[in-house]
Write a protein that binds this ligand. Structure first.
Ligand SMILES: NC(=O)c1ccc[n+]([C@@H]2O[C@H](COP(=O)([O-])OP(=O)(O)OC[C@H]3O[C@@H](n4cnc5c(N)ncnc54)[C@H](O)[C@@H]3O)[C@@H](O)[C@H]2O)c1
Length: 340
């Protein structure tokens, strides 16, 4: 059985991907420093899959522990989620973001080279297309300057990985996520951000359970149909499945390669449409106000995900209604997240 190292696997997308991997027959070792997650997510993943996950509590910045993890296992591939991801925070603390995200990835690549692990799936983001590309985004668009230090770490890591591929035997699938939302249908695992949520859906969900008074929608005067920003929301379980497909595709490849894939549905929805959809599908009211625009937010973008469909044989299975219902199922079952 193939054994995969999943960095940041206790987090939101990581935990859903670990579940998909276990259900697809992979063995999984997770390394996570729990700086933005809880050990409980993996306990629940084990319950759902009825399989074990080996957990290493360590930062990728700790070279000694990372090396020990590689030397204790025979990994066939790595999925690299670990990183800091809050756009706003990255504006305040650029040094922490460059330090954590870049050095972690360098340490990981160093170990992969040393232990001859060649296959890597990297968590990238639509933010690498920068501020001026015209949607729908295709993978042929050049990497561009991102609007935040967080986004810049994704651009820089993609560039770094391309250089490493050219010089050696690495095979990389960079998955450029659009806007993952929702939760596993069981309601047992979901998004549980520490502190004030940065993204729309966890905020909506926390207003819905009464943890927060109201939602602020940043900007009502964008050049979109209803004036609010439009994004390409994708169910986290579809995203998780994309990682399994990418691994399966990588396992068939022989030569060094670097391929980027957009993972989105290809359909944009406005913030207001999402709020209305949540209310319609859950019956729970969401008080909201239109606030000032947030710096760095783009009016609208969405994916052309046909490359992932054609090459990885991947497709989204969940609808917007599923995304709303599953978010609410998770949050209502776990009003305080994993502390509930
Ligand atoms: N959620 C999104 O909207 C989104 C969009 C595009 C890309 N991404 C990327 O996907 C990845 C996963 O995102 P997520 O939403 O699951 O975030 P998350 O914060 O829930 O998961 C990241 C995990 O990495 C861990 N981590 C952070 N730094 C670490 C380090 N140095 N060593 C070990 N573990 C570390 C955290 O504890 C956390 O469990 C991130 O790289 C993120 O940038 C996320």
């Amino acid at each position: 059985m193939e054994k995969v190292l999943v960095t940041g696997g206790a987090g939101y997308i990581g935990s859903h991907t670990v579940l998909s991997l276990l259900r697809s027959g992979f063995e999984v070792v997770v390394i996570d420093d729990l700086s933005n997650s809880s050990r409980e997510s993996l306990v629940r993943v084990q319950t759902l899959a009825q399989k074990n996950v080996e957990f290493v509590h360590a930062s990728l910045l700790d070279e000694t522990k990372l090396k020990a993890t590689f030397s204790a296992h025979n990994f066939s591939a790595v999925i690299h989620f670990a990183g800091l991801k809050a756009v706003g925070e990255s504006m305040q603390k650029p040094l922490s973001y460059y330090q954590n995200n870049l050095i972690s990835t360098l340490n990981l690549c160093q170990c992969m080279t040393e232990f001859k692990v060649n296959k890597l799936v990297f968590s990238s983001s639509a933010t690498v297309y920068g501020e001026h590309a015209t949607p729908p985004y295709t993978e042929e668009l050049p990497l561009s300057r991102a609007s935040s230090p967080y986004g810049q770490t994704k651009v820089m890591i993609e560039q770094m990985l391309q250089d490493i591929v050219k010089a050696g035997s690495l095979q990389v699938a960079s998955l450029r996520y659009f806007n993952p939302i929702g939760a596993d249908q069981s309601g047992l695992i979901g998004e549980d951000p520490l502190g004030i949520p940065n993204n729309l859906m966890p905020f909506v969900a926390q207003v819905a359970v009464g943890k927060r008074d109201k939602l602020s929608i940043f900007g009502g005067d964008y050049p979109t149909e209803d004036g609010t920003c439009e994004r390409d929301y994708i169910h986290v379980s579809d995203l998780a499945n994309g990682h399994v497909k990418a691994l399966q595709w990588l396992s068939l490849q022989q030569q060094p390669l670097y391929e980027a894939f957009n993972l989105g549905t290809g359909s944009p929805f406005s913030v207001l449409a999402i709020v209305k959809s949540f209310i319609r599908h859950t019956g729970v009211d969401i008080p909201f106000e239109i606030a000032a625009r947030r710096s760095g937010d783009l009016a609208a973008f969405w994916a052309d995900a046909s490359k992932a469909t054609n090459i990885l044989n991947w497709q989204c299975e969940y609808t917007l209604a599923d995304m709303m219902k599953d978010t609410w199922h998770w949050q209502s079952k776990n009003p305080q997240g994993y502390q509930s």
